[in-house]
Write a protein that binds this ligand. Structure first.
Ligand code: GTP
Ligand code: MN
Ligand code: MN
Length: 368
């Protein structure tokens, strides 16, 4: 028929790292629905299904205008039968029954609330759910054993589920820089994560720390954390040591895609910035804010910035593209060419994209 002969409405590349995904797009009613299904699949520990919905949403984020008819999606990658069915229903009826019933379900709501506690993953939340726990408050007077992270998460539940603003992220940046300069002058901090991609709010603040003289950064994290702690700025922190082993041929490949940097998961006590006096009296004068700190050797800095800027799907596709298309292996430390059997050095993100044969995508367009 005639419709089949028309050229596709849109063309979209397969991998998220091959396309530009701005923060603001034209299909939020569709992407929110698909992302809720992705979240629900993750709660059910169905990662494959979760990633499939996330990919479908991500493709819609790259479209230059809002989708009106399902036919316009012909030829687009990553849109499976299930995602298409949900999209079609929303386009025709304004909502999807599956999405709305998932949103209303006791299990989804409980899992959302419980995984919203810092330190609680899907496995723990699911076990609690099966034992009858529904809300964070159910944990206060229960027998459930909580580890230190979870105790802090429960204690600061409200603050940690309030978005962090860019202004708050910048205020934390000033503090982190102070701490870093105090213990290692000349060290540099870089805001990564969602804020580097241009987000106006986030669930935490991510920083990467390095020093232009290789080796100076060793053992830096405990000193920074200690400085912050002494100033009374930390409500919680867990530091993990760098377990990355250097071999004579270059950095050894870590066994998984988890990286091996010195890293600190923390909760900052951020003094209120500019609340009006009456507002200050109502509540406490500080806010608990999740902060991630990572220390990278200077030689790996470009890979670390690229790896910690996200989005998660963008990172996933960068690695997948490197492996499937280029026979290379990318992580937050290095790029390994499996064919030439050697590490490829790079000192900027631009260089890494170029080594991968990819057009450079600036951070603001990595919101896949
Ligand atoms: P919000 O914080 O929700 O606003 O979004 P975000 O994109 O900043 O998410 P998040 O802080 O969770 O992660 C920031 C980036 O760090 C993402 O690109 C993640 O892929 C990356 N990241 C998080 N944990 C790890 C890890 O253990 N290893 C590596 N290599 N990257 C990680
Ligand atoms: Mn973040
Ligand atoms: Mn983070």
């Amino acid at each position: 028929d005639k419709l089949r002969l028309d050229p596709p409405e849109f063309t979209v590349k397969n991998y998220a790292c091959q396309r530009r995904t701005p923060l603001k797009h034209n299909n939020t009613h569709l992407t929110h629905a698909l992302e809720l299904l992705a979240e629900s699949a993750a709660f059910g520990e169905n990662e494959g299904r979760s990633v499939a919905f996330t990919r479908a949403a991500s493709v819609l984020k790259t479209l230059p205008r809002s989708v009106q008819r399902i036919e316009e999606l012909r030829g687009l990658p990553c849109l499976g039968e299930h995602s298409l069915r949900v999209i079609k229903e929303i386009l025709e009826y304004g909502a999807s029954q599956e999405v709305e019933s998932t949103r209303q379900s006791e299990q989804y709501q409980a899992m959302k609330a419980l995984t919203g506690i810092f330190g609680v993953g899907v496995k723990t939340a699911d076990r609690w759910y099966r034992e009858g726990v529904r809300r964070p408050s159910d944990l206060m007077d229960s027998e459930q054993k909580l580890n230190q992270a979870q105790q802090a998460g429960l204690q600061h539940y409200k603050d940690l589920n309030t978005c962090v603003s860019k202004a708050e992220a910048d205020a934390i940046g000033v503090i982190v820089d102070q701490a870093v300069q105090a213990v290692l002058p000349g060290a540099q901090i870089t805001l990564t994560g969602g804020f580097r991609r241009g987000k106006e709010s986030g669930h935490d603040v991510d920083f990467l720390i390095t020093h232009p003289e290789e080796g100076k950064e060793e053992g830096l994290m405990p000193k920074v954390v200690n400085w912050l702690d002494t100033q009374g700025l930390l409500l919680y922190q867990k530091t993990t040591r760098n377990s990355y082993l250097e071999s004579k041929d270059g950095p050894a490949r870590p066994p998984s895609n988890m990286d091996r940097f010195e890293r600190c998961f923390s909760i900052f006590k951020l003094e209120s910035q500019s609340c009006s006096p009456p507002e200050r009296e109502k509540s406490h004068q500080w806010k608990a804010v999740r902060v991630d700190l990572v220390v990278s050797p200077f030689s790996q800095f470009a890979f670390a910035v690229l790896g910690w800027t996200g989005s998660k799907l963008f990172e996933r596709d960068l690695r997948r593209y490197a492996g499937q298309v280029k026979n290379m292996s990318l992580n937050s430390h290095s790029l390994f060419d499996s064919h030439q059997r050697c590490f490829l050095r790079a000192t900027s993100e631009e260089e890494i994209f170029s080594l991968l044969g990819l057009e450079y995508i600036p951070a603001c367009d990595r919101n896949a």
